[in-house]
Design a protein around this ligand. Structure first.
Ligand code: GDP
Length: 430
């Protein structure tokens, strides 16, 4: 598929389930024809109008709000339209059938945003932000995605590319005109640029993965001897979040992983003892993964019985449960009672503070994706090679490769091969 793709696509872009309104989105060169066929003459651009929608035989399909969004001032950059239908399944299907009968085809996952990228409406970093915004569960995730969509992160990467391109142009001048009397500071300048770029990329990479963690969520492992009250504590923590705890049914991990929102960050609590209990050859893979995640947990919470012994060297957070039975005033432990709720608010606050510290970044926008990380690591390696290179041609080549690695992040260069993997993750209609 390319920017000039002739197909006109449509998709139900609003959510599934019972709703009042369903939005059908159309994009492509046939949008105007499709709209005329459905509702007569085209409405004025970008004006919402109420129209009767009819099939080819003139049968009434629905009375809907219609928007005509001619390109290039549309989301995809192509001629587009939106139909705000009554959300009954039969209504959506009847209108979709009428569009298919006119030769339009259902959109693939992410196809609207993919077209927006191919038509230069947004770079890849912004396109990924659209995906994150659609998936955002918490306010902190929403803010990070919006900041990225607004170009804050893309601008950082473009600025680096621009500076590297300038240094490369100088390097090429040195290669092409070795006998000319180029000012001696040209080489010193470009080397300084390469060094400072590598340092900035290094600092950006060395951010404790805060942006990625906020996007993907944190893992807190809960350990402790049997019967100290780990499950009770997890249930108590999840209780207030009942509406947002998302258990995906049918996986082993449900029994041992609980998702809660702490400090605006999705956190999965993994009961590591539960892991040992549920080992079953068929479900071993799910358990193995949960184990691996618990092993690399962002925080280990050790639960002990109030007043009981614990290993101070274990690190993480020590929670003394059952403080309704015994008091525990040791400063190293956080006393709670899963039974009476005593201390639970303080525990929540403490966990929320940990989650915030692990994901909050002040200053420039943080790295948000493994894909970006891989390209930046490659760019940093090439820049190190450029610094170490003695031959001007080799230095030039390393700088070109670093520039290429940076360009793949925003989609300025050679991205055909990565587009599929990026847009496949989208939902239909985006
Ligand atoms: P786990 O094996 O560590 O997951 O422990 P459970 O959550 O299954 O709890 C073990 C037992 O301790 C159960 O009988 C719970 O009712 C009890 N229990 C859990 N929390 C408390 C608490 O705060 N106070 C008291 N008195 N009993 C508790």
């Amino acid at each position: 598929m390319n920017a000039g793709s002739a197909a006109t696509i449509f998709a139900h872009a609003s959510g599934a389930g019972r709703a009042a309104i369903a939005v059908l989105r159309i994009s492509g060169p046939g949008s105007a024809g499709a709209l005329r066929a459905l509702c007569g003459r085209l409405p004025a651009p970008r004006r919402a109008v109420a129209r009767a929608l009819r099939d080819a035989e003139g049968g009434l399909l629905d009375r809907a709000m219609v928007l005509w969004l001619p390109g290039p001032q549309s989301y995809t950059g192509e001629d587009s339209a939106e139909l705000h239908l009554h959300a009954g399944r039969a209504v959506i299907e009847a209108v979709a059938d009428a569009l298919a009968a006119q030769g339009l085809r259902p959109a693939e996952a992410g196809e609207f945003t993919r077209r927006a990228f191919l038509n230069g409406k947004m770079d890849l970093v912004a396109a990924e932000a659209v995906h994150d915004l659609v998936a955002a569960e918490t306010d902190a995730q929403r803010r990070q995605a919006l900041r990225q969509l607004d170009g804050a992160l893309g601008n950082v990467y473009r600025d680096w590319s621009g500076r590297l391109r300038l240094a490369l142009a100088r390097q090429e001048a040195l290669i092409d005109f070795p006998d000319e009397d180029l000012p001696p500071e040209v080489e010193a300048d470009l080397l300084r640029s390469v060094r400072s770029l590598r340092a900035e990329i290094g600092a950006h990479l060395d951010d404790g993965q805060r942006g990625e963690k906020l996007r993907e969520g944190l893992f807190f492992a809960i350990t402790g001897a049997p019967n100290v009250g780990k499950s009770s504590l997890i249930n108590a923590l999840a209780e207030r979040d009942v509406a947002i705890v998302s258990a995906s049914p049918g996986t082993t991990r449900d029994a041992i992983e609980t998702r809660v929102i702490l400090g605006g960050v999705p956190v999965t609590l993994v009961d590591t003892a539960g892991l040992r209990d549920t080992i079953d050859p068929i479900e071993a893979e799910g358990v193995r993964r949960a184990y691996a995640r618990a092993a690399s947990a962002d925080l280990v919470i050790t639960v002990i019985e109030a007043g009981g012994p614990f290993e101070a060297s274990a690190g993480g957070l020590i929670v003394a449960n059952k403080c309704d039975l015994h008091t525990d005033e040791r400063p190293a432990v956080l006393p709670v009672s899963a039974l009476t709720g005593m201390g639970l608010a303080a525990l929540r606050d403490r966990l929320a503070a940990e989650a915030t510290t692990l994901t909050q970044s002040s200053g420039p926008p943080p790295l948000t994706r493994a894909r970006h990380r891989v390209s930046l690591q490659a760019a940093a390696r090439w820049l190190t090679d450029a610094e170490d290179a003695v031959e001007p041609e080799l230095r030039g080549e390393s700088m070109r490769l670093a520039l290429r690695a940076l360009g793949t992040i925003t989609g300025q260069v050679g991205v055909e091969e990565i587009l599929d993997s990026i847009f496949r993750q989208f939902c239909i209609g985006k």
